[in-house]
Design a protein around this ligand. Structure first.
Ligand SMILES: Nc1ncnc2c1ncn2[C@@H]1O[C@H](COP(=O)(O)OP(=O)(O)OP(=O)(O)O)[C@@H](O)[C@H]1O
Ligand SMILES: [Mg+2]
Length: 558
């Protein structure tokens, strides 16, 4: 079996997969011939739908459809799809499995090894769960690469221009900033910062809030279906926004008059998005300061992620960075291209064998300790933006003769108090044979995938020398893994050749719900005629009907 170099960008809103072919990365099309697959999963009559077929059902069947779950990976949050519960990791597995099938169809061979991109600011648990999500569907995530690093890699390989760059990656759900330097084939990430809860979705949600305010609605009392309709109108308006915005969402105003939608000027949008835009500032400033780079010394700002297309985001970035950003490579696929370059680099493909790339650990990792009599203080063992792979050791001491066991609590973050940071794991060690002030060495090793190993050495006590954090996700036992695997295996998936038909039908049903009057009547006719074509079970006839209806829709609705 041939080993392909394959990269996957598992995105909050879209995912993609690419393969290294010849001497360059090639994006792989899905069953619709598209390179971006919406990260949406829906449950339909015993079958699981992924991508666009599921995306349309967000509006027609909101109870059976889920999206934006990548944000919740590692949190234990459960989503209900019809009568089944899924956690975010399992939903990511379903998306990965769909990408795997697309690649296998394209290559006509099974694939097993992939490089998967993750937000730079993803924590240890989230990274481990992405790895596990891949394992569950028979993919070995041989490497996790930070999304902005992947984008930087793609730019470097495509453009080969030395200098200092700031990668500004605003996707659907995460914001990452990296300061990267290129010199003669060497790519060095100097610092990364970010916010795991900031992305294009937040700009849409701000619009949803204002629509609810104007229409007198409330999130709690508005039906799920109605909420999806508002969301859809806001998302469309956001993507098409230039100088002013019209959110096409009809409602009856307080004077009893029907309005077709709501208009917002650029200045009004400045106010609506002010708080969300403000959140871009801190990661930008922190990454520059950690890299010890003045904004004047940045040669270029590279825009990555679909939300970097939003004019207000660009305006804010320009204001904060005193220069315009570049969009030379497609901001929605550049991460996938970079992950594929990393995969090819790993397999030592000739075109990129001379490349050298270094990355950093974007956050500090340490333990809770007592410092000068004050307990619960965060004591960093590895400081943020240390070059990886790395291994650092810090010495601590037992406190009392009478201690029989101590617990080393590991945290990630930058806050003074350990409890204000993200708790990663507790490791208890036996110190019953130690007197007070007995030295304990805590070693943190952080690998290129961003995964942490901890060794604890009770000095001079060979019988209890070290304890290593298991690299399996914390809190997920074998039983749960087995259960997940069985649940995923039992899911029924439509044959690939049926997917374009299902997508078209789901789109027609979404349009039927959205339209009224004559427009709705025409959609009704299209649904009936397509159902008739499907009932013939004649694939040539069905393909012809699908093409014809798709062309009609393209004329009227795109
Ligand atoms: N023209 C546009 N104008 C404004 N926003 C856009 C535009 N096109 C796409 N977006 C927004 O970009 C976001 C999706 O970007 P992208 O596909 O890069 O994210 P992702 O990779 O799925 O997410 P993440 O990287 O955070 O996991 C969505 O919020 C979408 O609304
Ligand atoms: Mg992305």
């Amino acid at each position: 079996m041939k080993t392909y170099a394959i990269g996957i960008d598992l995105g909050t809103t879209h995912s993609s997969i690419a393969v290294w072919q010849g001497d360059r990365p090639t994006l792989i099309p899905n069953a619709l011939g598209e390179y971006l697959t919406p990260s949406v999963v829906s449950y339909d009559d015993g079958h699981i739908l992924v991508g666009k077929a599921a995306y349309y059902r967000k509006y027609t069947h909101p109870r059976n459809t889920v999206s934006v779950f990548k944000r919740a990976i590692g949190s234990g949050k459960e989503y209900r799809l019809a009568d089944k519960n899924f956690n975010a990791r399992e939903l990511c597995s379903i998306v990965l499995s769909s990408l795997k099938k697309d690649a296998e169809n394209y290559l006509d061979e099974e694939i097993t090894e992939v490089v998967v991109s993750v937000p730079a600011y993803f924590n240890d648990q989230q990274r481990k769960e992405v790895g596990l999500a891949a394992t569950m569907v028979g993919l070995n995530a041989v490497r996790l690469i930070n999304e902005p690093t992947a984008a930087a890699l793609a730019y470097n390989v495509e453009q080969k221009k030395d200098g200092q760059y700031l990668v500004f990656d605003l996707g659907g759900g995460t914001f990452d900033v990296s300061i990267v330097e290129y010199t003669a084939g060497i790519i060095e990430v100097h610092a990364s910062s970010g916010n795991n809860r900031l992305g294009g979705e937040d700009f849409t949600e701000d619009l949803v809030d204002i629509v609810l305010e104007r229409t007198g609605g409330e999130r709690e009392t508005t039906t799920l279906r109605e909420m999806q309709a508002i969301y859809s109108a806001c998302e469309e308006a956001k993507k098409n926004y230039r100088k002013s915005m019209f959110i096409e969402y009809g409602f009856t105003n307080q004077h009893g008059q029907y309005e077709e939608g709501i208009f917002f000027s650029e200045v009004e949008l400045d106010t609506i998005w002010r708080n969300t835009l403000k959140k871009l500032k801190q990661p930008l400033e922190q990454s520059l300061s950690d890299a010890n780079v003045n904004v004047r010394d940045i040669d270029d700002v590279i825009f990555v992620g679909g939300a970097s297309r939003l004019p207000h985001v660009q305006k804010m970035a320009t204001r904060l960075l005193s220069r315009f950003g570049r969009h030379d490579l497609d901001p929605e696929t550049v991460v996938c291209i970079g992950a594929t370059i990393q995969a090819a680099y790993r397999l030592r493909h000739k075109a990129i064998e001379d490349l050298v790339i270094t990355d950093v650990c974007p956050y500090s990792l340490g333990v809770a300790a007592e410092v000068n009599g004050q307990s619960g203080v965060f004591s960093p063992v590895l400081e943020r933006n240390t070059i990886v792979p790395t291994s650092r050791v810090q010495r601590y001491c037992t406190k009392y003769d009478t201690d029989s066991e101590i617990v080393i609590s590991i945290f990630q973050g930058e806050s003074f108090w350990a409890k204000d940071n993200i708790h990663i794991e507790d490791i208890s060690i036996d110190v019953s044979t130690c007197a007070a002030n007995h030295p304990i060495d805590v070693r943190f090793s952080y690998d290129v995938n961003g995964l942490l190993d901890v060794n604890i050495d009770v000095v001079d006590k060979p019988q209890q020398v070290e304890k290593t954090i298991d690299t399996s996700p914390t809190g997920i036992g074998e039983g749960e893994i087995k259960e997940s695997r069985e649940k995923l295996k039992a899911l029924k998936i439509h044959p690939r050749e049926k997917i374009p038909n299902i997508v078209l039908l789901n789109r027609l049903h979404k349009l039927y719900e959205e339209t009224l009057g004559q427009a709705r009547k025409s959609i009704e006719m299209l649904i009936i005629s397509f159902e008739e074509a499907l009932s013939t079970q004649d694939s040539r006839h069905i393909d012809k009907a699908r093409q014809h209806i798709s062309e009609m829709l393209a004329e009227q609705y795109e």
